[in-house]
Write a protein that binds this ligand. Structure first.
Ligand code: ADP
Ligand code: MG
Ligand code: MG
Length: 199
């Protein structure tokens, strides 16, 4: 079973990974964006880690809802409200249970990803974070490690796509040939989940 401590470890592992990869995320956002994705998420997840330490929420749902609120209030740009919605809605779907099982998390994360698609209007294949998140959720019923692999493959598969949402879509065909920064950071989020699970 997965308790609040597991979800805190997921968020702190994400913060550490985003810190390590911030320059790469910003570099990916340079040719098809405004070169701020790494710094946006670094600011956001540092704030998440700090607030989780200070407020110590006691249930899985409360951890993710607090993390999501923090992202929304600290990350400028498209990715803040989108990742904030992902975590808040996933947390809300977990309810106030003290522990959840892997299937419960997979179902809740599906609800969160659906909310991101509703908010941003992106579907799979539009060259966004959705291209990593949807395959990850699909694979989560199998294992955390399978979800990590699916997210990484989904992020790599954005390279030949033309962007249809977000800033990169302004480039039209010139967005082709570049890996999407948000799909790349989503793969980090899912890799941190597998790390928290010890997989
Ligand atoms: P901004 O584009 O405002 O500078 P970021 O650089 O932080 O924001 O985030 C860019 C990423 O956000 C993109 O790489 C993409 O994955 C994601 N994104 C942008 N718009 C959408 C959308 N409508 N739906 C889903 N993801 C989106
Ligand atoms: Mg940007
Ligand atoms: Mg920006």
């Amino acid at each position: 079973m997965l308790d609040a401590d597991f979800f805190r470890r997921w968020m702190t592992a994400t913060a550490a990974s985003v810190d390590r990869e911030a320059e790469r995320l910003t570099a990916l956002d340079s040719p098809i964006g405004d070169a701020d994705h790494g710094s946006n998420l670094q600011r956001g997840f540092r704030a998440v880690a700090a607030t989780l330490e200070k407020e110590a929420p006691q249930t899985p749902g409360a951890v993710l809802m607090l993390a999501g609120r923090q992202l929304i209030s600290t990350v400028g740009g498209a990715s803040g409200p989108l990742y904030g919605t992902l975590l808040r809605r996933t947390g809300k779907a977990l309810g106030d249970a003290a522990e959840v099982d892997a299937q419960g998390l997979a179902d809740a994360l599906r609800t969160g990803v659906d909310a991101v698609m509703q908010l941003g209007g992106a579907a799979p294949g539009d060259k966004t974070m959705i291209d990593a998140l949807v395959p990850a959720v699909d694979a989560l019923g199998e294992s955390f490690a399978a979800a990590r692999t699916a997210a990484e493959e989904g992020a790599l598969a954005t390279t030949p796509l033309q962007a249809r949402k977000g800033r990169a879509s302004y480039l039209g065909e010139r967005s082709i040939g570049h890996q999407d920064p948000g799909a790349t950071s989503s793969a980090l989020l899912i890799a941190a989940l597998a790390e928290a699970a010890g997989e």
